[in-house]
Design a protein around this ligand. Sequence first.
Ligand code: ZN
Length: 248
Amino acid sequence: MSFRILMVAFATLMGALTAALPHAVLATGPTTIETNAVTFSNAPTWLKASRINRVVDGIQNVLEWDIRRIQAYYYTNASEFEKVHGFGPLVMAVSRKEDGTVHVGPRVNEKNFDGVFGHELVHVILFQKYKDSIPKWLEEGLANYAAKKGPVDYVALAKRGSLPDLHSLTHPFAGANPLASSSQAAALDHYQLSRAAIEMIASKCSLSELLQLSVGKNLESFLGTFCDIEDLNSEFKSWVKRKARAKS
Ligand SMILES: [Zn+2]
């Protein structure tokens, strides 16, 4: 069974984890909000259709796509939500590729909703529009970038002895026990590196044109020809150093 683990990164502390689901456990509730893009069940009282539309519009504009309507669910009970994904208490929202559902946990509130839900909508559009065009190492970074979630701590990245091959970022919890603290730290690291990578790409070429070129193709095949990034990892090292110098 394939899982896609999705996490919303913050600069420092453990942030929001989101994961794809092994199976659907659907919460139902008294308030359902219906918009063009989302049927949102068990919506909390602070959530309104206008707010959902605002988040949807922002992400749709970046990725140039009208979402085929998805089902979203809000959970008020932490253990019920954790049972849905099995990736521990840090997970904030999960999306499921198979049926395009989004499940929003009780740590999502009036303050952080836009970033977390926007991040999930990027995954939804990648499923619906881009299929496998966007490499896995770029997916979480693109989701946070489009949802304006969390800056990259370039100074901390540059202080590390070495940076991993970006292609090794296949999955935030690749092969590890997702409940171990080391796995959670590695997952947060994944988000930082992936977000830094998308920022590098956006500095080199038009992201919207690159995304357009990539529909039905492999985005990575355009990095050299369109963005002038010949050697991804060495360009990335230089980028991190340059950004860290500018910030320190
Ligand atoms: Zn994600």
